[in-house]
Design a protein around this ligand. Structure first.
Ligand code: AR6
Length: 180
């Protein structure tokens, strides 16, 4: 585990581990636009939160058929059986290129942080959004995510990145040392 001063009032925690076990105000889910579960961290969060989570997701209004959370946006629900009080569901882009995908990934982080601020949360934990099934390169995603967090930390006191596996941990740790 490594700690960095992200802003004057917000600490960045970078660590390897399982996001579903983290005790923070909100964990962020790398979801899809339907918001009814899936594989990867999304599946793990739904399993750990219990069946009430999918019911809460189903209650989120569709903005168009089959879409509850468009790519680059975020929605919030309770955390149910998780240690975390809330789940912020966001949808990162399927990676196409640095130029076309970066604004959408940045937006997913920004909108998640804004929602946390709106709910007066003080700690949130992110996974490496889009870096699994959606194919975003870790070395591109890490500095982008940390820049978004530094610019939109608002009144948050702690932002955690809980990374699955050594390559993801190393990418975030390296980017934090370069940027912060
Ligand atoms: N804790 C922390 N990180 C995890 C965990 C965990 N328990 N499980 C996986 N990861 P992915 P995406 C890491 O594929 O690329 C789903 O089906 C994983 O190693 O979960 O945004 C959704 O429903 C990787 O580094 O999300 C969407 O359809 C990172 O989390 C789609 O996948 C993100 O990998 C979203 O794809």
């Amino acid at each position: 585990m490594e700690r960095f001063a992200l802003t004057e009032s917000c600490t960045l925690v970078v660590r390897e581990g399982d996001l579903t076990r983290v005790d923070v105000d909100a964990i962020v889910n790398a979801a899809n636009e339907r918001m009814l579960g899936g594989g990867g961290v999304d599946g793990a969060i739904h399993r750990a939160a219990g069946p009430r989570l999918v019911e809460a997701c189903r209650a989120v209004p569709e903005v168009r058929p089959g879409v509850r959370c468009p790519t680059g946006e975020a929605r919030i629900t309770a955390g149910f059986d998780l240690a975390a009080r809330h789940v912020i569901h966001t949808v990162g882009p399927v990676y196409e290129s640095a130029r076309t995908s970066a604004p959408l990934l940045r937006s997913a982080y920004e909108r998640s942080l804004t929602l946390a601020g709106d709910h007066r949360l003080s700690s949130v934990a992110f996974p490496a959004i889009s870096c699994g099934v959606f194919g975003y390169p870790l070395e591109e995603a890490a500095p982008l995510s940390l820049g978004a967090c530094r610019d939109h930390a608002g009144s948050l006191r702690e932002i955690h990145f809980v990374l699955f596996g050594e390559p993801a941990f190393r990418a975030w740790s390296t980017a934090a040392k370069e940027i912060l």
